[in-house]
Write a protein that binds this ligand. Structure first.
Ligand SMILES: [Zn+2]
Length: 497
């Protein structure tokens, strides 16, 4: 039902996975295209309307008007356009009393069935493939291992992506020819091509005509030049100046947006997480690598060399671990999962340095494993306190393994911030875990593409069908598949990122 309050907040904790989303079906991947996803704010009224519906939907047009300050005529026009693009939908069967003659009062919501974004997260030793809807909900997710060779990794992505899409949403080139039922008058007048797809079990909606994959987001750790679409440097993978966007764009025929891991996590939080993140966010990631992203007024800072947010060699008060940089107590060496896995092995908590084993031990509430994790979270809290004092954000989001699975452990970070921060901020309000739980890598991988849509909804354009990607190689390459699909459930961020 429509919500009149403009201040409804999404739940703070991780959202449960809805297995019915696996049943979601959308139309083919050839109907929409974005310009290269550039972070430039844009979109004007259309973006404001889409944002209002994302925040408050299902919502009446009158409420959109109040939330955006747009006139009723402007709201009606923008809403109609967004419906025609498959970005909004009217709720069937919810016709209500007209506030005045001739103005139907039909709630609208984000259309989560017509378009999806694909995401690929490159980590060590695995790739995470994801399909994510316009609300940032993960429709499907798979992980496969890789051997780290850049050419073979790119070939693997180009080969696996269409298979992944086929498995979860139907044939790549011609899914739109499957019969469906478009009811309720939604999405009429669409400029998109193709026939209706089947409805989404998750939303109870009926997919509209056309639509499909909006593009492919690729996220990697290390130093990433998003404008050039290049992984500049990725230490754990040994990559240097690896072009990613251009070869994948050529192979898939889809827009490809490449982003650094830390900034993608921040972008996901801004789009779909805590609303305060839009105003001032510090996102702190602690995995095998330790890095941060800073966003003000919805824009994630990049820096001249794409290196903003590099906190790896900030010194954590009280820490003494020797760092490869020659210093000691650096955040990277102090907090890295590598360090803590070695410690866990030395203490006999786990038999070998495997993050999945440590996660299982924490899950089993083994005291020695929990104690290690709590000490690490306390040290993360000291780094968080430094960042809060420097940046004074509205919210600081921590993404690391333990709090993704057990968000209540964030209290350890909050307690340490309270003890070390000089800021007057209340840590229990400012410091929180990721909004996405174990799905965080999947959401982050697609965040660049989804962010481009939400910033510039009119960049979604119909185009002629094409067959973008025969299930094969990158042009001119011929590599053996070095991987085996692994159906096992990795704990998110269980890899060197
Ligand atoms: Zn260092």
């Amino acid at each position: 039902m429509p919500v009149s309050s403009p201040a409804r907040m999404p739940p703070a904790g991780p959202r449960p996975v809805d297995p019915r989303r696996e049943a979601a079906r959308v139309s083919p991947p050839h109907a929409a295209v974005l310009p290269d996803a550039d972070p430039t704010p844009a979109g004007g009224s259309a973006a404001a309307v889409l944002r209002a519906v994302l925040d408050h939907g299902p919502v009446a047009r009158a409420t959109i008007g109040r939330a955006t300050g747009l006139s009723p005529a402007a709201v009606s026009r923008q809403t109609a356009d967004l419906i025609s693009l498959g970005l909004l939908r009217e709720l069937p069967g919810s016709q209500r009393a007209a506030p005045r003659a001739g103005r139907p009062h039909v709630p609208v919501d984000v259309d989560t069935a017509s378009h999806l974004a694909a995401g690929v997260h490159i980590a060590v030793p695995m790739l995470t493939f994801a399909l994510v809807d316009l609300r940032g909900r993960v429709v499907a997710q798979e992980e496969i291992d890789h051997d780290g060779d850049p050419a073979r990794v790119l070939a693997l992505i180009s080969r696996h992506l269409p298979d992944f899409v086929r498995r979860h949403r139907g044939p790549w080139p011609d899914a739109g020819h499957r019969a469906g039922t478009a009811t309720g008058g939604a999405l009429t007048g669409s400029a998109l091509t193709g026939s209706a797809a089947t409805g989404s079990a998750a939303t109870g909606s009926t997919a509209g005509p056309g639509g499909g994959l909006l593009g492919v987001g690729v996220v990697s750790g290390g130093l990433v030049d998003a404008r050039a679409g290049t992984v500049v440097e990725h230490g754990p993978l040994g990559w240097r100046d690896v072009p990613v966007a251009a070869p994948l764009r050529a192979a898939t025929g889809l827009p490809v947006h490449v982003e650094g891991h830390a900034r993608a996590l921040a972008q996901a939080e801004i789009l779909f997480g805590d609303p305060r993140a839009r105003h001032g966010l510090v996102h702190l990631f602690a995995g095998h690598v330790v890095d941060a992203a800073i966003a003000l007024d919805g824009t994630v800072l990049r820096g001249q060399g794409s290196a903003a947010g590099g906190v790896a060699h900030l010194r954590i008060p009280g820490a003494t671990e020797r760092c490869g940089c020659g210093g000691s107590g650096c955040a990277q060496v102090t907090l890295s999962e590598r360090t803590w896995l070695a410690r866990a092995v030395a203490k006999g908590v786990i038999p070998r340095p495997d993050i999945r084993l440590l996660a299982a031990a924490v899950g089993a509430r083994e005291p020695a494993a929990l104690a290690l994790v709590r000490v690490r979270l306390r040290l993360i809290g000291r780094l968080a306190a430094l960042l809060i004092d420097m940046i004074d954000p509205e919210v600081l989001v921590v993404t690391e393994l333990a709090t993704l699975r057990w968000p209540e452990l964030i209290a350890e970070v909050q307690a340490e911030v309270a003890a070390h921060s000089r800021s007057r901020s209340a840590p229990e309000r400012v410091v929180r875990p990721s909004s996405f739980g174990p799905e965080v890598l999947a959401v982050a991988a697609a965040a660049g593409i989804l962010g481009a849509v939400h910033r510039s909804p009119r960049s979604v354009r119909p185009r002629l069908a094409r067959t973008p990607l025969p299930p094969g190689q990158l042009p001119g390459r011929d590599h053996a598949d070095p991987t085996t699909p692994s159906g096992r459930a990795h704990p998110a961020v269980a890899a060197a990122i």
